[in-house]
Design a protein. Structure first.
Length: 344
């Protein structure tokens, strides 16, 4: 079965083709991605209306590119999957509308996919795919969650953010430091030149006894330090504050992940989402997991951010597991707010 996946939940338009056969791990045939970073940089963040309009321009050319690179035609597509939510309503509607129109023209079924489930299953696209069960650290945009994953659609929430997520902490701290959009990668680049011990920043709710996260207090602490440094701050102090901020976020993520593994009695960790591309986070998780004799799995770096491959993969795996019923009803809706744990 060939599954065409369309992702349009925020500021990246992604299309991919995945082939599944029997019970084996589905295989990525081709994928294409257009990022809107350059367009949104002038505004310091995502402008929803501009994002939706750009998705309209990009999605069909990307779909044609994917099919051409796979050496197949649209007639070879057996299922069209799309991101149903969560995300920006207008952006989601573009992907859903195109997916359903294409499927109707081809007389093929459609399947709406949860964006975070796509991230959660994206490590199965890697050269070293995980096996169920595992603990997952999901760090994507406004989401920071720890989940126990027994199988496709079998998700138990272990802990989640109660305010700002890790990605938001990176982005907001970067903005306070005068860095560009997207803030997370910019802060990480600057942190490479700084001293992570230069500023004593808080590690919110690190020792509260549960697996929840909170990064709003860290953002406030960064703001306080920025004000103390003043407008004539030198580049080294900015780099030191960037490094100290990254160290605080990473320490919380690593220690909570290791605690989740112990409490769940698991020996396998999956890390997914855009923050999962952070080099310092990967280095510290690798070291901690090696010490604890735990296997850790990541998506390939180019598949950490939003992409169509993870949507096609999630759809294919749900079908294999018997947890999805494709639809020939091309009337669609989207769910801008959609808790992952409600997906079965």
């Amino acid at each position: 079965m060939n599954v065409l996946g369309i992702e349009s939940s925020c500021d990246e338009t992604g299309v991919a083709l995945v082939a599944s056969k029997g019970t084996g791990v589905p295989r990525l045939l081709s994928h294409a991605l257009h990022s809107q970073i350059d367009m949104h940089q002038a505004y310091g963040g995502v402008v929803p209306e501009l994002a939706s309009r750009d998705h309209i321009r990009r999605v069909l050319p990307l779909a044609r590119q994917v099919m051409a690179e796979a050496g197949l035609g649209f007639k070879d597509v057996d299922l069209v999957a799309f991101t149903r939510g969560p995300g920006l309503a207008g952006a989601l509607l573009v992907g859903a509308g195109v997916a359903c129109a294409l499927a109707a023209a081809l007389d093929r079924p459609t399947l709406g996919v949860h964006h975070l489930e796509g991230h959660l299953l994206s490590p199965f696209l890697s050269a070293d795919p995980p096996r169920f069960p595992f603990v997952a650290l999901l760090v994507s945009g406004g989401h920071t969650q720890l989940m126990h994953v027994a199988g496709v659609g079998e998700y138990e929430m272990l802990g989640e953010t109660i305010d700002d997520a890790a990605g938001e902490a990176f982005d907001k701290s970067a903005k306070l430091l005068g860095l560009g959009y997207p803030g997370g990668p910019a802060l990480s680049r600057m942190a490479a030149f700084g001293d992570a011990t230069a500023f004593a920043l808080p590690r919110p709710v690190l020792h509260n006894g549960n697996l929840d996260f909170s990064f709003a207090g860290l953002k406030t602490a960064v703001l306080t330090q920025v004000r103390k440094l003043g407008s004539n701050v030198c580049e080294q102090d900015r780099a030191n504050l960037a490094a100290s901020t990254q160290a605080a976020i990473v320490e919380v993520l690593v220690k909570k992940s290791m605690r989740a593994l112990r409490e769940a009695g698991a020996d396998r960790l999956v890390v997914a989402g855009g923050v999962g591309a952070n080099g310092e986070l990967r280095a510290q998780l690798n070291a901690a997991c090696q010490k604890a004799r735990v296997r850790v799995h990541y998506p390939e770096l180019d598949l950490c951010t939003d992409n169509g491959a993870m949507i096609a993969m999630a759809a294919a795996m749900r079908l294999q597991a018997g947890r999805a019923v494709p639809s020939h009803d091309y009337a669609f809706d989207v769910r801008p707010r959609w808790p992952l744990q409600s997906v079965e």
